[in-house]
Design a protein around this ligand. Structure first.
Ligand code: PMV
Length: 357
């Protein structure tokens, strides 16, 4: 390759799983399929500067978050580079400066790994593309570098950084993990959900209530490992396949009552897995339960389609259709925000994936 130096920038969103990924095999292969809404506002913006170097023995990179050098992020990226080097042979030929920022507060307890790892994977794919194009122009090789290949490989690489990151490249709904009911699904990368989605889910809203902005109690690596020898693992993995199949019907029919039940059950099952593993963890906080109870009461009284989902933490994602957003947002502000740390929450909605800037 003939490129001396350059710079690429991508913005990539976070995502929220409806059917949860929890448990993995070697090489970041999921134990069960998952499906997520891509988010719109919660994003990481990453610029990758690269310049050719002569010493080819080691990876050479620096990381900045909001303009500040972050050596504590280096081990994770070192591991990522080691895992993906076989797929990107140029990694040791360049010195990289990774400059990253998030549209959401870093200490918000929102996982930045999905948006961060997908943004970095996309930047690296752009470098690969430039290198291959320069070779093609030089007459060396011909490569079919279309957008399908680009996105699939970006998702494949992102998966090796953080499993759920493979669901952040595109939108609006992404399936990751091979399962009978979704044609083309694979453990290797996320695919766009290939079936009809009812208009009820258009611009679906996700208001994230920041209950606890502290450090994660359990890293997701440790969390996934808790599913090894877990007494309920086998049933849980089967249930995820069934829930994906059920969700397919729901997404087609637009049955919001069934949707609410399915996503809430998935969230509580994820937490039940953590409570019943050894060692065991309770990742909800008292305010998480206060919010859940308020949501249930409100739904019962109004018949509106508000529901919640959770990640591996105490924050609550409040989900609801766009057309009910006026009343529901008013309820969130008047009743739920009081349970948030410093009253902090983020209004987001379904998005359409990453963009090069
Ligand atoms: O991508 P990881 O390894 O951080 O795992 C994330 C797992 C959950 O967020 C709890 C569920 C999911 O499917 O996103």
């Amino acid at each position: 390759a003939t490129i001396e130096k350059g710079s690429v920038t991508w913005e990539s969103p976070s995502n929220i799983a409806l059917v949860k990924y929890w448990g993995k095999k070697k090489d970041q292969i999921p134990e069960n399929p998952s499906i997520s809404f891509t988010l719109d506002h919660c994003k990481t913006i990453t610029t990758l500067e690269f310049s050719k170097k002569t010493d080819l023995d080691d990876f050479d990179f620096e990381v900045y978050l909001d303009g500040e050098k972050k050596d504590e992020f280096k081990p994770k990226i070192q591991t990522f580079f080691e895992r993906i080097e076989v797929y990107l042979p140029f990694l040791k030929q360049y010195q990289f400066t990774i400059k990253t920022e998030n549209t959401f507060p870093h200490s918000s307890g929102i996982a930045s790994s999905a948006s961060g790892m997908s943004a970095l994977a996309l930047c690296l794919m752009s470098v690969e593309k430039q290198l291959i194009n320069s070779d093609v122009i030089a007459g060396a090789i011909e490569e079919d570098f279309n957008s399908t290949y680009f996105n699939q490989k970006a998702s494949f690489l992102a998966r090796l950084g953080s499993g759920s990151a493979c669901r952040s490249i595109e939108g609006d709904m992404i399936v990751w993990g091979e399962t009978k009911s979704v044609k083309g699904s694979t453990d290797l990368f996320g695919i766009k959900y290939p079936y009809k989605i009812h208009d009820n889910f258009k611009e679906y809203q996700d208001t994230i209530l920041l209950v606890d902005k502290g450090e994660k109690q359990v890293s997701s690596t440790i969390g996934h490992n808790l599913m090894h020898n877990h007494p309920y693992a086998k049933n849980r993995f089967e249930q995820a396949h069934q829930n994906l199949e059920s969700l397919k019907q729901i997404l087609e029919s637009g049955d919001l009552t069934a949707f609410n039940a399915l996503v809430e059950s998935e969230a509580l099952t994820l937490h039940a897995m953590m409570m019943t593993s050894m060692p065991y963890f309770i990742l909800m906080k008292p305010n998480t339960l206060e919010i859940i109870n308020k949501i249930w009461e409100f739904r019962q009284h109004t018949g509106l389609n508000i529901s919640f989902t959770l990640d591996a933490g105490a924050n609550v994602h409040v989900l609801y259709p766009k057309k009910e957003s006026q009343e529901i947002l008013q309820f969130i502000k008047s009743e739920l925000v009081a349970y948030c740390q410093n009253g902090h929450y983020i209004c987001d909605q379904i998005g359409f994936g990453a963009n090069q800037i």
